[in-house]
Design a protein around this ligand. Structure first.
Ligand code: TZP
Ligand code: MG
Length: 207
């Protein structure tokens, strides 16, 4: 299994971008393209369906040595024996999540310098920082943080940080240019005609 330090391309289950595809195929294509992480992120799906999909994704990620993280739901993360959970600012605070998650990965979404510092202090294993660019994917819109906050994280963040929000083939190089080699990408991959190839292109730029 990969370590967080090795992560560069952070990917997702398809969510509302599924169309008429099999979600496992979409995830497998991302893994073949070099995804280091798959996050189960299905905002509109019932827990029962998330559990069913999660079982399949746990299997495919385990077989490929890809990290498997569950968004929002600590119970599902444990039931699925995921590698970790990803928590937003409105989810269970890490102080309560850590004793349950023990030494599994706990990631936290951050949208400001203050939140970055708090997440580090409270013992997050990694943080997401964003939205870096304009995005239409996120349901509850946060203010765009821009490349500035990523640069600041590079100076002061002692744990792995992943840039997220509006990242794709046409702007991912700008992250690398400021020293950030970890990106989480949804729509630029999901809307690409060839998911595996799109991941390869993004991963190559991050490497
Ligand atoms: N958190 C901040 S932006 C975002 C999340 C989950 C959505 C990223 O999706 P996209 O399509 O890569 O902008
Ligand atoms: Mg959340």
């Amino acid at each position: 299994m990969k370590s967080l330090e090795e992560v560069s391309l952070y990917c997702f289950s398809p969510g509302r971008f599924l169309k008429d595809r099999d979600p496992v195929d979409v995830v497998e294509a991302q893994i073949m393209g070099g995804a280091d992480v798959i996050q189960l992120r299905e905002k509109g799906m019932s827990k029962r369906y998330k559990l069913d999909l999660g079982l399949k994704l746990r299997d495919v990620t385990k077989r490929n040595g890809t990290l498997f993280i569950v968004n929002d739901d600590i119970d599902l993360a444990l039931i699925l024996d995921a590698d970790g959970v990803h928590l937003g600012q409105d989810d269970i605070p890490i102080q309560f999540a850590r004793p349950i998650m023990k030494d599994k990965i706990v990631g936290v979404s951050t949208h400001s310098l203050k939140q970055i510092k708090e997440a580090v202090k409270s013992g997050a294993d990694y943080i997401g920082i964003g939205p870096v660019f304009e995005t239409t994917t996120k349901e509850d819109k946060e203010k765009i943080v821009g490349l500035d906050l990523i640069s600041k994280a590079r100076e002061l963040c002692p744990i792995p940080y992943v840039a997220i929000g509006g990242i794709g083939k046409d702007n991912i190089k700008s992250l690398v240019e400021i020293g950030c080699h970890r990106a989480a990408v949804i729509s630029d991959i999901m809307l690409a005609p060839d998911i595996e190839q799109q991941c390869k292109v993004l991963k190559e730029i991050l490497s």
